[in-house]
Write a protein that binds this ligand. Structure first.
Ligand SMILES: N[C@@H](CCC(=O)N[C@@H](CS)C(=O)NCC(=O)O)C(=O)O
Length: 234
């Protein structure tokens, strides 16, 4: 089917999942209507959902009846199927390079920064400052240089790009952890002073409607408190 026709999309999701959140951002940024099915992750998956996604994870989408799973693949597929400001096609002028830059940025943020966040949340209080320092160092080395030309979004774009689709949900969480008391306040102050391009970009990202329309900071904080208590009790 061509990208001019509106596809029939069902999004299997859970609003607390940052991976599923990626699909929400992509769909909103592309202006695609979709039906939502909330999957309860606190109980075993139903046989119906396991028939949709045998891994039992969210997100999954049904796109005109075809199932697509894995958040990065879902987001890339939607981006490719519906040309927009999210990302150029690889065959478009400058497209291959733009795609390489976005891929490198997402990889840098996810593997060098985001991977250090959960250990910080779970660490003993006495260890947290050192972990904050390591995270800020990683942002400064790996991510800050890639955001020098943000304007305000990745690569000078005036609208969200695939870079924000794939990282926005994690940025929302990163900026919320100090507010919820899960990470020291020094995380906020160090990011602001030592990584000004990242800080400016991140604050624009979290205010974007495409990124935050399913976000509820208060209930996220409550849910995170419970989750960390459960982890500590194990
Ligand atoms: N690599 C997957 C990760 C998805 C994922 O881990 N989703 C979690 C919720 S945040 C899930 O469905 N967990 C269910 C379970 O583990 O039973 C993706 O990017 O889509």
């Amino acid at each position: 089917m061509g990208s001019n026709e509106t596809p029939e999309i069902i999004l299997y999701t859970n609003h607390y999942c940052p991976w599923a959140h990626r699909a929400h951002i992509a769909l909103a940024a592309l202006g695609l209507p979709f039906k939502e099915e909330i999957i309860d992750l606190s109980v075993p998956r139903t046989p119906e959902y396991l028939a949709v996604n045998p891994r039992g994870l969210v997100p999954s989408i049904s796109y005109n009846g075809t199932i697509i799973t894995e958040s990065a693949i879902v987001a890339q597929f939607l981006t490719d199927a519906h040309p927009s400001a999210l990302e150029k096609a690889s065959s478009a002028e400058g497209g291959a390079l733009e795609r390489a830059k976005i891929n490198f940025f997402v990889d840098a943020f996810m593997s060098k920064v985001n991977g250090q966040v959960l250990p910080l949340l779970r660490a003993e209080e006495s260890e947290k400052e050192a972990l904050v320092e390591k995270i800020v160092q990683a942002v400064a080395k790996e991510v800050e240089p890639l955001l020098k030309d943000a304007g305000p979004f990745f690569g000078g774009s005036s609208k969200v790009t695939l870079a924000e689709v794939l990282t926005g949900s994690f940025i929302l969480r990163l900026l919320t952890y100090p507010k919820g008391g899960f990470a020291p306040e020094s995380l906020t102050t160090a990011l602001e002073t030592k990584t000004p391009h990242f800080w400016k970009w991140a604050n624009v990202v979290v205010k974007d409607k495409n990124v935050n329309y399913i976000w509820n900071e208060e209930s996220f904080i409550e849910k995170t408190k419970l989750r960390l208590k459960q982890v500590a009790a194990k």
